[in-house]
Design a protein around this ligand. Sequence first.
Ligand code: SAM
Length: 103
Amino acid sequence: MQLLRVVSNLDEAIAALGGDVELWVTSAGEAEQLLDYGAARARLESAGSPVLIAFGTGWGLAAELCTRAAFRLSPIRSAGPDGYNHLSVRAAAAIIFDRLLAR
Ligand code: SAM
């Protein structure tokens, strides 16, 4: 908890991280251009800018915020016919961080 910093908006978060960050967004929905987890892991392991991953609440992230992102991560898909999987943000974050960072 000592690492947590509360900020008011995305610009404050980016500034708090030094300004030069690569923004990734997350959503339960499909999109044409998605970053899969293999490519995402490779990107995290390369010596690029720090990555800021944004998670939404309620109806998800605002479209204006998503347009600022360098990448949108692939959704966590269900086994159902359309793959849609509406998760709580804490469940989505846990699965995504495991996929990105687990050894
Ligand atoms: N309709 C919203 C959407 O499509 O993102 C769902 C919002 S959900 C209650 C809150 C947040 O959890 C989302 O903004 C996203 O960050 C994350 N989330 C929920 N389900 C997800 C999934 N299947 N894949 C990736 N992220 C998900």
